[in-house]
Design a protein. Structure first.
Length: 553
């Protein structure tokens, strides 16, 4: 592959980013017996199949757009947009190229992009765009599309008719009034528990007055009705605007929003989604949902210490029933362990013992159980190029990706080289999903300014016990965002929370893949829906695809 360098000033390198019984059961208690760190099975291998499966495309920005956010804009939305059971993709690839809508045929992709999506700028030219996200915003059982605008270009909302045909409904949605200079990525959840999906946004590089920020356009309440999709900005009333870290010493100076990747997650187990915001220049924050429409900044800066947070993953890496938080950063990743046993809303920094710190210049990342052993692993992409007449290359020009495989004891080992998923290209967006419906997790990696701008790492693991689970909720939260799935085998209980959050300009679909280790049967499978309804099954046969539908779907 030929890699094109980016026109980025050296100062950025120095300073920045850059169904079953309805009887409820008690929440499962997990006891993880200590085991020796395993050697990753040689059966786990990855092969790049992007071109073979139809994902062949380039990316780039116009020559006059040579500074941020050209360096990081773009991304991919993933989800089943035509309701045929597999994961489709919408990909942004710069203002010099049309955007691409790919329909998944099971083992290949077919590109079929209408002009309105390919060139949102009057159908003939593209805007500078970032962070596309699929979510059912109007509660009609199909996935609509949000796209963020950067460098002053507008953001968009497209409504899906159920077959993968999208209509621009931005006008009247409230989003057309947004003034943020850059909208990098988005996340969706029902933070106010009224049933529909609200939205959080990240706006890296957008000027804000830290003493009088006004509406930071971080949080948006869903007020959709029969007339269409509608959002209302609530950053001020929720308290987030006045608590957002804006006086940071970043490359653009103080009085800027440096957020990159938002994620909703119920970190204190009160059923209300909290907000985890990854930010550059020590700007990552934890906002606790106060259950009354407001949020409190509970960030413990002695523990939340990532210096340049950009990508993120949220998941239960230690199988103790709550979500932990991984942040990919520059020369210092962080893994924050959730501590519910201490009745705390804070995280503990366990990065050193976990062994994940040396990730180089990190961007997109995700949690997934790649080797199907019942413990979440971490994939992380990296890279930075400098084209500012510097005679010496940066240490990150050929920055290798990382595959942090769980050792089942809270620590991780980088197995990217061993498993074949290693590359030294300029990675940015990441999607981790089962693209070929074989019940293991593959990885889509988007590359910045490349003639071939994607790698699709197919998971070729030979022997595995897994199960896929997809939830269908009642309208308007038809994707059951916020639901939790518990899968118990032996002494291990895995928990997954259904979410639409940003890995960094890209997001995973909601279908969950659980590794079962040596077990071929699940002892107990429990689902807790967002409205509190619980279902439970026992002795569930593994190695199958399950769809659970809420009684009111």
């Amino acid at each position: 592959m030929i890699r094109h360098t980016l026109c980025i000033a050296l100062s950025c390198l120095l300073f920045a980013c850059g169904g079953g019984s309805s009887d409820p059961i008690s929440p499962p208690v997990t006891v993880v017996n200590p085991v020796p760190p395993p050697v990753v099975s040689q059966d786990l291998r990855f092969t790049d199949v992007a071109i073979a499966r139809g994902l062949a495309f380039s990316s780039g920005f116009s020559p006059d757009f040579i500074v941020d956010p050209a360096f990081y804009a773009g991304g991919a939305a993933s989800g089943d947009i035509d309701n045929d059971g597999d994961i489709d993709l919408f990909i942004l690839r710069g203002d010099t190229n049309p955007n691409l809508l790919f329909f998944n045929n099971g083992n290949s992709f077919t590109e079929n992009t209408p002009a309105s999506l390919a060139f949102p700028n009057s159908g003939t030219a593209n805007y500078k765009l970032s962070g596309p996200t699929f979510a059912d915003m109007d509660g009609d059982k199909d996935l609509d599309l949000f796209i963020g605008g950067v460098a002053g270009d507008p953001s968009f909302i497209f409504m899906n008719d159920g077959s993968g045909v999208f209509t621009n409904v931005t006008s009247g949605s409230g989003i057309e009034n947004m003034t943020s200079l850059n909208t990098i990525s988005a996340a969706f959840a029902d933070y106010d528990k009224d049933g529909d999906l609200d939205m959080a946004m990240a706006h890296w590089g957008t000027p804000r007055d830290s003493t009088n920020p006004g509406d930071t356009e971080t949080l948006w309440q869903n007020d959709s009705d029969a007339s269409g999709i509608k959002f209302t900005p609530v950053s001020i009333s929720s308290g987030i605007a006045n608590q957002l870290a804006l006086n940071l010493s970043g490359v653009k100076g103080e009085n800027h929003d440096y957020t990159f990747a938002p994620n909703f997650s119920d970190i204190n187990d009160d059923t209300f989604p909290d907000l985890l915001s990854v930010g550059d220049f020590k700007g990552s924050q934890v906002f606790l949902n106060n259950q009354d429409g407001t949020f409190s900044d509970v960030t413990d800066t002695t523990q939340i210490t990532d210096s340049n947070g950009m990508g993120t993953a949220v998941g239960d890496f230690d199988n103790d029933g709550d979500n932990d938080w991984f942040v990919s950063s520059i020369n210092g990743n962080r893994l924050y362990q959730n501590n519910p046993e201490s009745d705390s809303t804070e995280f503990t920094n366990v990065s050193e013992t976990a062994g994940i710190q040396q990730g180089s210049w990190g961007w997109g990342s995700c949690f997934a159980d790649f080797d199907a052993d019942g413990f979440l692993d971490i994939y992380q992409t990296n890279g930075w190029q400098d084209n500012s007449n510097n005679p010496n290359p940066t240490p990150y020009d050929e920055d290798e990706s990382r595959l942090w495989m769980s050792n089942q004891d809270g620590s991780f080992s980088d197995q990217a080289q061993l498993t074949g998923i290693i590359d030294n290209l300029q990675g940015r967006g990441v999607v981790c999903a089962d693209f070929d419906n074989d019940r293991d997790v593959d990885v889509l990696l988007l590359l910045s300014n490349s003639d071939q701008a994607a790698l699709l790492w197919n998971n070729d693991i030979i022997e595995k016990n897994t199960i896929s689970i997809f939830l269908q909720g009642p309208s308007p939260n038809t994707q059951a965002i916020g639901a939790r799935i518990y899968v118990s085998t032996g002494s291990v209980t895995q928990m997954r929370e259904i979410a639409i959050g940003s890995n960094f300009t890209s997001h995973n679909p909601t279908k969950q893949i659980f590794g079962l280790g040596e077990a071929s049967t699940i002892d107990e499978l429990k689902i807790v829906w967002p409205d509190g309804t619980e279902i439970m099954q026992t002795n569930v046969t593994g190695n199958q695809d399950l769809v659970f539908t809420h009684p009111n779907f």
